[in-house]
Design a protein around this ligand. Structure first.
Ligand SMILES: [Zn+2]
Length: 212
């Protein structure tokens, strides 16, 4: 089963991908990991990625496409794969169609208010890195790390304005892809608003999808 995952930050698709990797016996392939691995292994493409990243520019489509194509040729993909973070643009989606089209594109749906609640409630310990959530995983003493006693902070990324900016960028970028795969009748939706267990059950219950 070849799956592309779409979904806003906070929808929990990373958690689903982690479990699906075992249950469906397919690797979870994210572009971030592909970039890091290529740079570390110093492949010819990796060297190009490294110089692009060091210059502060975005990795261009053709380079990203080539790295994903190489990654999907590896031996661990014989039962399929889960792609996360690719495609991000219609040219990338066109390229994927040409070398390894996905069977389904799973769109994890969560509205902006729920995303804001999940992300803006996050509190981080600046000393040990442990994270909490004011509603879903509160520390024993408000504002204080359970592990080391340091005062918890709100990371820049978890501030409401920053979340709204990322969400707007995500929606703008993803809307054409949703249309693209809907037109090809391969888009399926999973409601990401309940808890992690229910979301995973809904995912496994998608037609044509079964654990190995
Ligand atoms: Zn701490």
């Amino acid at each position: 089963m070849k799956l592309v995952f779409l979904g806003p930050p906070g929808a929990g698709k990373g958690t689903v991908a982690e479990r699906a990797e075992r249950d469906l016996a397919v690797p979870h392939v994210s572009t971030g990991e592909i970039f890091r691995a290529a740079v570390k292994d110093q492949t010819p493409l990796g060297k190009r990625v490294k110089s692009v990243i060091e210059s502060g520019a975005l990795v261009p489509d053709e380079l990203t496409i080539e790295l994903v194509r190489e990654r999907l040729l590896r031996g661990d993909t014989k039962h399929g794969w889960i792609l996360d973070g690719f495609p991000r643009t219609v040219p990338q989606a066109d390229a994927l169609e040409s070398f390894d089209p996905p069977d389904k594109v799973v769109n994890f749906e969560l509205d902006d208010e729920a995303i804001l609640e999940r992300l803006s409630g996050r509190r981080t310990c600046p000393a040990c890195g442990r994270t909490f959530h004011v509603k879903f995983m509160p520390p024993a003493k408000e504002g204080t790390c359970d592990s080391c006693g340091a005062a918890l902070i709100i990371r820049e990324d978890d501030k409401v304005e920053s979340i709204r900016r990322r969400l707007a960028a995500y929606r703008a970028q993803t809307a054409p892809l949703i249309e693209y795969y809907r037109d090809k009748a391969r888009l399926v939706a999973v409601d990401a608003s309940p808890g992690a267990e229910a979301v995973y059950a809904a995912f496994l219950g998608l037609p044509g999808l079964s654990a190995r």
